[in-house]
Design a protein around this ligand. Structure first.
Ligand SMILES: O=P(O)(O)O[C@H]1O[C@H](CO)[C@@H](O)[C@H]1O
Ligand SMILES: [Mn+2]
Ligand SMILES: [Mn+2]
Length: 381
């Protein structure tokens, strides 16, 4: 009987564009495939688990026998952002996409925000976060006006210098925007530096819309532990958790996951490792992305060593972010699924028709019931 599941989302680690990728301009994208092909990928642990059995990956040929069950899934929801991907994993499918603003936010939205915060704004366009703080940082420091920007995702991002706008104030302005807007996420983007040379800090904070009832709320309602590690808590707007901890890096996210695994808990430990996406995917940093994957793989044995015999470890992703693809945005891709556990049969769970099969399976094994079809529990246990 499975008492505990550790679910780790490698943020943006997609495994090839999906059939509907054209709708997103993403035909040809393949995050893992292109990294393996262009940079070489030395990840013996995930290879052994069956990563190369899911889809062709250069240098990672399919294994005859794998150490984990493996498969992949496609996204049904309309959207390719973090919130949409995570919500679908937990069982909530978005038929109406969150609104996006490819031409910046309309005047009425900006006026209402300026009025409620009492702050002026600059920017208001689609931008890369590291580029726009260097472009507009000096003006922001001189005038105190908040830098507002968005992307292909449904995001309202507010960048401000930590010494010009205290963090508390920045977070307050984000809360105001959260109340005013229907975007998927409002994101605080604090930075430091001077004279055209600015760097973001790890005090980023995300404000998501509140999800419907999902895997998390049902696990919590059943009296089990529901533990969030990293930005997981924010992605679900804090709904459905019994405990959570923020992290500042993939390394710390892995440390915290191991700490929780060593504790006496029962239920779900749910971790998001965002560096893949934030530091490397959006920056189109192929080598950085490759190195981050190799680092995770090196630490995988520490994670599995901290597991009890009846625990399950599920490694997956939420969308793609191919570091050699055009632009700097997410890519519409399938997600890999690896399921490891002492009692897991190392089978191919196939190509799942929705990310939600992951959450459905977790509810199936932890609660003994599901609210949807799609559990692969009977294949692996
Ligand atoms: O370029 P930066 O600021 O990293 O922003 C990226 O991060 C956002 C949220 O993950 C995405 O929507 C994209 O805009
Ligand atoms: Mn993401
Ligand atoms: Mn992202």
């Amino acid at each position: 009987m499975v008492k505990r599941v550790a679910l780790i989302v490698l943020d943006s680690v997609g495994i090839g564009f999906s059939a509907d990728a054209d709708e997103y301009g993403d035909r040809g994208a393949n995050t893992l495939g292109h990294i393996a092909d262009s940079a070489g990928l030395d990840i013996p642990n995930m290879h052994e688990m069956g990563l190369g059995n899911i889809a062709p990956l250069y240098g990672l040929p399919p294994m005859g026998t794998t150490s984990a069950a493996y498969g992949k899934a496609k996204e049904v929801s309309h959207g390719k952002d973090t919130t949409t991907g995570h919500w679908e994993i937990a069982g909530q499918i978005l038929t109406e996409p969150f609104p996006t603003y490819p031409n910046g936010f309309p005047a009425d939205i900006m006026e209402a925000f300026e009025k409620a915060t009492g702050k002026g704004t600059i920017g208001n366009k689609v931008a890369s976060g590291t580029a726009i703080i260097n472009e507009l940082g000096d003006e922001h420091v001189a005038t105190g006006k908040l830098i507002i920007y968005t992307s292909a995702d449904s995001v309202f991002q507010i960048a401000a210098h930590e010494e010009v706008v205290p963090l508390e104030d920045l977070y307050k302005y984000c809360e105001i925007a959260r109340e005013q807007l229907g975007v998927g996420r409002v994101i605080a983007r604090p930075f430091v530096g001077s004279n055209g040379d600015y760097q973001r800090t790890s005090n980023r904070h995300d404000y998501s819309l509140e999800p419907a009832d999902n895997m998390l709320t049902r696990i919590k309602a059943a009296g089990k532990d529901s533990i969030g590690v990293g930005k997981i808590f924010d992605i679900y707007a804090g709904k459905g958790f019994t405990e959570h901890t923020y992290t500042k890096s993939n390394a710390e996210g892995i440390d915290k996951t191991i700490e929780f695994l060593k504790q006496d808990n029962e239920g779900l430990i749910f971790t998001n490792l965002v560096d893949f996406d934030m530091l490397f995917g959006h920056r189109r940093d192929l080598i950085g992305y490759r190195d981050a994957l190799e680092y995770f793989d090196q630490r995988l044995p520490e994670i599995t060593a901290a597991m009890n015999d009846n625990d399950l470890l599920i490694i997956t992703a939420d969308h793609g972010n191919d570091p050699i693809f055009k632009g700097t945005d997410h890519t519409r891709e399938h997600i890999p699924i690896l399921i490891y556990g002492k009692k897991v049969k190392p089978v191919n769970i196939g190509f799942r028709s929705t990310f939600a099969d992951i959450g459905t399976t977790i509810e199936d094994v932890l609660l003994g019931e599901t609210t949807a079809n799609g559990s692969f529990a009977s294949m692996i246990l």
